[in-house]
Design a protein around this ligand. Structure first.
Ligand SMILES: Cc1cc2nc3c(=O)[nH]c(=O)nc-3n(C[C@H](O)[C@H](O)[C@H](O)COP(=O)(O)O)c2cc1C
Length: 162
């Protein structure tokens, strides 16, 4: 994403969020202003998630639960990562009802990384060239959706917009 001039990115790793054990959702959002302000500024979101027992990790859900109205009518694209052969297809499916409830509009081009430990070398370099085209198609779609929804939020008033 960093190589594409039309995409301004900001990377968040959910491990860096020092969340309390109990779930307070939006009540905690001002404790994470960098995340809050990035989502307010963003037109789209790319979620990269490992598959844990066919679902998403609880920490990812806790981070997403910090906000709500800030996501509405913005785009989201999903990247599934798994140790097994199915490339996180099940965790991507599990995310759909959850991101919909957040008000996000999901793209129909996912990116799936199966057998993840064989896909990158020790320096994080991608070993499978087939992903070049898949990543291009994936990014083209999230860029289109983000732009279309940015236009719509600006030009088509909704009671859900801030
Ligand atoms: C608790 C747990 C459950 C997992 N469940 C699955 C699974 O259902 N399907 C699968 O393909 N891989 C599964 N894996 C392997 C993870 O998908 C793989 O380790 C992950 O993509 C890399 O993330 P990690 O760095 O958190 O391990 C599981 C791993 C853990 C720790």
């Amino acid at each position: 994403m960093g190589e594409r001039s039309e995409i301004e990115t900001k990377l968040f790793d959910v491990r860096d969020f020092d969340l309390p054990k109990d779930d307070y959702g939006q009540a905690l959002k001002d404790q994470f202003p960098e995340w809050r302000d990035a989502i307010i500024h963003a037109d789209g979101l790319v979620i990269v998630t490992p598959e844990y027992n066919h679902g998403y990790p609880g920490i990812l859900k806790s981070v997403l639960d910090l906000l709500l109205k800030e996501y509405i009518h913005k785009a989201v694209a999903l990247v599934g990562v798994s140790a097994g052969p199915f490339g996180g297809t099940r965790v991507v499916e599990a995310c759909l009802p959850m991101v919909r409830e957040l008000g996000l509009a999901v793209t129909f081009t996912d990116l799936n990384f199966s057998s993840i430990k064989d896909k990158f070398d020790e320096n994080g370099k991608l070993l499978d060239e087939a992903y070049e085209k898949r990543a291009k198609d994936f990014l083209d779609e999230i860029v289109w959706m983000s732009g279309a929804l940015r236009w719509a939020r600006k030009n088509l008033p909704s009671k859900h917009h801030q």
